[in-house]
Write a protein that binds this ligand. Structure first.
Ligand code: 5GP
Ligand code: ZN
Length: 144
C-alpha cells in the first residue's frame, strides 16, 4: 500500500471507481479517461510499481485475468479488436506507478491513442461497468 497511489486508494475504498471484476489478487475497473468506451484496467491488489517490482505470480495472475477481460469486452461490446498492454516507467509513458494492464476495445478506423485527456461521462461509465461486470461474472466464473 502506498498512500500517494491512486490505485491503492481505490483498492482501499478511499477513492471511487467503476468496478468490473475482482479476484483474490486483482481488481478490474474502468479507466476514468477511457481511450475508448469499455477501457478496463486490471490492477494487482498489492502495490508494485511496475513489472520490474511485481512478482512472477502477480504478473501471471494479471495476464490470466486480462485475457478473460479481453474476451469479456469482445463479447459484450462486439468490438473489432482488443488492445492489451502495459507501460513500465515514465520513459515508457507510465503515468500511474502501480502495476496494471490496460484492456482497450478497438474498432476499425478509430484513433489508436493509449491515453485520453477527456474524462468519461459518469453516467456512461456507470452503465458500462454494469454491463461489463455482468458479462465478466460469466466469463471469469470460478477464477479466484
Ligand atoms: P498508465 O499511463 O500508467 O499506463 O495508465 C494509467 C491509467 O490510469 C491512465 O489511462 C489514466 O487514464 C488512468 N487513471 C488515472 N487516474 C485514475 C483514477 O483516479 N481512476 C481510474 N479509474 N483511472 C485513472
Ligand atoms: Zn498502489
Amino acid at each position: 500500500m502506498s498512500e500517494q497511489c491512486v490505485f491503492c486508494q481505490i483498492l482501499n475504498q478511499q477513492a471511487p471507481c467503476y468496478p468490473v471484476h475482482e479476484t483474490r489478487y486483482t481488481k478490474t475497473f474502468l479507466d476514468i479517461f477511457p481511450a475508448s468506451p469499455g477501457h478496463c484496467l486490471i490492477v494487482t491488489k498489492d502495490h508494485y510499481q511496475d513489472i520490474f517490482e511485481a512478482t512472477p505470480e502477480a504478473i501471471s495472475m494479471v495476464g490470466h485475468v486480462s485475457t478473460l477481460i479481453a474476451h469479456t469486452v469482445k463479447q459484450e461490446l462486439q468490438c473489432d479488436g482488443v488492445g492489451i498492454f502495459q507501460l513500465n516507467g515514465a520513459a515508457a509513458g507510465q503515468t500511474v506507478f502501480h502495476y496494471h494492464m490496460h484492456v482497450i476495445p478497438r474498432n476499425a478506423g478509430e484513433d489508436l491513442a493509449i491515453h485520453s485527456r477527456v474524462s468519461g461521462d459518469p453516467e456512461e461509465l456507470r452503465a458500462m461497468a454494469e454491463r461489463l461486470s455482468r458479462r465478466a461474472a460469466e466469463m471469469l466464473d470460478g477464477v479466484d
